[in-house]
Write a protein of this length. Structure first.
Length: 99
C-alpha cells in the first residue's frame, strides 16, 4: 500500500481543483494526464487481478495460511477501492475537459 498518492493522481486532483474560469493547460497536456491516469488504472487492474487469482489459489489449497489470506484480502480490498477512486477521478477530469 502506498504512503503517498502517485504523481498522476496529484496532477489530476490539481486540475480538478482549478477554480471555474481558470486557464486550463493545453489539450495535449490534458490528454497526456488522462493517458497517464488510464495507464495507472490499468496497472491497478492488473495488480487487482493478480491478487484475486492468488487469493483464489490459496482458498483452494489445503496448505493455505490464514495470515496470508487475510493480508491478501486486505490488499485486494484496497486495490479495488483505489481503482474505483482513480476511475472516478479520470471520469470527472474527462467530463470537465471535453464538455
Amino acid at each position: 500500500m502506498r504512503d503517498r498518492p502517485p504523481e498522476v493522481l496529484t496532477e489530476i486532483r490539481s486540475l480538478l481543483d482549478l477554480p471555474a474560469g481558470a486557464d486550463l493547460p493545453s489539450r495535449d497536456s490534458l490528454e497526456h494526464t488522462l493517458t497517464s491516469g488510464y495507464a495507472y488504472a490499468l496497472g491497478l487492474e492488473r495488480d487487482r487481478v493478480r491478487l484475486e487469482r492468488r487469493l483464489h489459489d490459496l482458498l483452494r489449497s489445503a496448505e493455505a495460511l490464514t495470515g496470508e489470506m487475510t493480508d491478501l484480502s486486505a490488499k485486494l480490498a484496497y486495490a479495488e477501492r483505489e481503482l474505483a477512486d482513480v476511475r472516478a477521478l479520470l471520469s470527472e477530469l474527462r467530463e470537465q475537459t471535453f464538455s
